[in-house]
Design a protein around this ligand. Sequence first.
Ligand SMILES: C[S@@+](CC[C@H](N)C(=O)[O-])C[C@H]1O[C@@H](n2cnc3c(N)ncnc32)[C@H](O)[C@@H]1O
Length: 224
Amino acid sequence: MEQRRLGVPLQHLTGEAPFRHEVLAVGPGVFIPRPETELLAGWAIEQVRTVSDPTVVELCAGSGAISLAIATETAGCRQWAVELSDDALPYLHENLRGTCVDVVHGDMAEALRELDGQVDVVVANPPYIPLEAWESVPAEVRDYDPHMALFSGDDGLDAVRVLKGVAARLLRPGGEVGIEHAEVQHEQIVTLLAAGGTFDRVTDHRDLAGRWRYLTARRTKVSP
Ligand SMILES: C[S@@+](CC[C@H](N)C(=O)[O-])C[C@H]1O[C@@H](n2cnc3c(N)ncnc32)[C@H](O)[C@@H]1O
């Protein structure tokens, strides 16, 4: 209780975080999965279920919450989870042990080039908080979730700009990408994904609180 009073997240004290039907191992060094991300995972699961023998990639995997949900809620598939952080990696390995998911340690920008043009679903909850919003982020988040998991450039969209290019090369024509984002990024992220013609059916979705929460788009046949 004293630790909680000082602001240590409950999940760091118990070492666990629930996500959909699973409980993940978490602790210092890895982002604590949030309930709002369950919606993005649910969207990915629905997409995966529409494809026979699906190939799925999660970028910015953290604890592996989304990948674990997909692996346990769909019938076997080819799946990869990509994470850059050395500190998050042990949690990712532990949470995905015994599943069909292959863990890739590295920068999403260069990851999985051998799968270019073959992936059915790309899903990501990237860092998306603007650096300038530092002061407004609650101390419990700022002091305990890894900075690499939270902040992404002046407008918070640096990682999404990279992610757009990675999804464009990984996805087969007609493949789908889903990306979580902040409510205030609604217009910017729709404009960003729609620009250039590599994606169509660009659609933003609200969470259960009515806030814009994740964007989905379909890979077109136009070269990136
Ligand atoms: C907001 S957390 C999301 C974690 C997990 N997917 C979830 O929803 O709980 C973002 C994650 O992206 C990782 N990350 C940041 N930049 C990355 C990059 N360039 N390549 C791969 N992973 C990256 C961070 O280390 C962090 O684990």
